[in-house]
Design a protein around this ligand. Structure first.
Ligand code: ADP
Length: 400
């Protein structure tokens, strides 16, 4: 079955066309064939389009794309122009926020679209683009092509109340639907499923901590294959230090900074999202590659890496306590998959709990899947490259 996976960001549309083998029994990517992929970048003005087919030259062009509707139109037009790609059976949409309404992937109909629209209130940065992508795909393809929504929050719907509730006046939480929703659920779920496949561990024995470290970063405690805590909260701002996000901080800093800098709370929130994290600490870049290059010569680049790794180690250790021990720690995301130095720093000094990396394995595991812990370490460590699209395609096939 061929599934078109669409992932609408605030100014981007990423897509993949995946042929899912229904015979492989894999829940992740085993047996799948990636037929095509691409991105429409900088939607809303002069944009760039990049389309790739396995084994063919990449097609790139600059063109004005006004909105997500037009972007989806361009992608489908390109696919339809290639006989080998033109027929797909279903569309899977990545949706960042499912609120307290969606606890699993769902077939999209008018009611689902209405519910997603109503969620834009608590996810104003993420859901509107997805909803317009869904509407556009429906307009172009018609209601005959089945569509599925897969949510970044739904994997975390198993987090118990004591871990998902903020200690603020309870009536306010109820009134405004405030709780720790968590994000990156598709990435954490993919890591867990793939770990299960790699180690032939049945779901009920998957007790792991997953660290998804990309531009956005989050940790997840997984017991019996289910999320029981995660570091992002009501929004993706909470938790680990990220590329441009601060992660955890004293909430009193918001009004303190607003007062001192004579700006509103919304402006401070934007600084915490866009000017903080690795970028804010280093004053240099949000990209770990640049910070590693500058590590020896630039004390702020060094500090940024130290703060990043320390926060990740704190969360990892907290989740060991949450789980009462763990079978493995999984690294994923652009940093987790490609930066041995960061993995080494995060795991440094963790021998007390039985987590010890194998230096050679860690250094050589770059962008590939495999075990990086020392041979007899009590807690194993793995690198598992993220493939949320494969998971969305599998979910789509399952529901269609
Ligand atoms: P997103 O969260 O946007 O999906 P990615 O998971 O692709 O992002 O992660 C992007 C980040 O990964 C970059 O900003 C960079 O910090 C890091 N990264 C990518 N490649 C490398 C590399 N080879 N070495 C170190 N860090 C890398």
């Amino acid at each position: 079955m061929k599934v078109l996976v669409l992932n609408c960001g605030s100014s981007t549309l990423k897509f993949q066309l995946i042929e899912v083998s229904t015979a492989s029994g894999s829940n992740t990517s085993g047996g799948d064939k990636k037929l095509a992929r691409g991105i429409v970048d900088q939607i809303g003005g002069p944009s760039s389009l990049r389309f790739e087919i396995a084994g063919a030259p990449v097609k790139q062009e600059s063109v004005t794309v006004r909105d997500h509707q037009e972007a989806v139109g361009k992608v489908i037009e390109w696919l339809k122009s290639r006989p080998e790609l033109s027929a797909f059976d279903a569309v899977g949409h990545r949706v960042v926020h499912g609120g307290d309404r969606f606890h699993a992937s769902v077939r999209i109909d008018d009611h689902v679209i209405e519910a997603l629209e109503s969620l834009c209130e608590i996810a104003p940065l993420h859901n509107p683009a997805t909803v317009s992508g869904i509407r556009a795909a429906r307009a172009v393809l018609g209601a005959v092509v089945p569509m599925v929504a897969a949510f970044d929050t739904s994997f975390h719907s198993t987090i118990p109340d004591y871990a998902s509730t903020y200690a603020i006046p309870y009536e306010l939480s109820l009134k405004h639907h405030i709780r720790r929703y968590g994000f990156h659920g598709l990435a954490h779920q993919h890591s867990a499923l793939r770990y299960g496949e790699l180690t032939t561990t049945p779901k009920e024995r998957i007790d792991i901590v997953t660290l998804h470290l990309g531009n956005g970063c989050s940790a997840c405690a997984i017991r019996s294959g289910k999320s029981v805590d995660t570091s992002m909260g009501f929004t993706p701002l909470e938790g680990l230090v990220m590329g441009t996000r601060s992660g955890d901080l004293d909430p009193a800093l918001v009004s303190y900074l607003a007062d001192r800098e004579s700006v509103g709370a919304a402006e401070i929130e934007s600084w915490l999202n866009k000017r903080s994290g690795l970028l804010g600490l280093s004053g240099l870049s949000n990209d770990v590659r640049e910070l590693i290059s500058a590590y020896d010569a630039n004390p702020r680049a060094r500090l940024a890496i130290e703060v990043f790794c320390y926060r990740a180690r704190k969360y990892l250790s907290a989740y060991l306590a949450v789980l009462g021990g763990t079978g493995a720690v999984i690294f994923s995301g652009g940093i987790g998959e490609n930066a041995p130095l960061i993995r080494e720093r995060i795991c440094a000094g963790m021998e007390w709990c039985g987590l010890r990396l194998d230096n050679d394995q860690n250094s050589s595991m770059i962008g590939t899947e495999g075990c990086i812990s020392a041979p007899r370490a009590r807690i194993q460590a793995y690198v598992i490259p993220s493939d949320e699209e494969a998971l969305i395609a599998c979910e789509t096939v399952g529901l269609v």
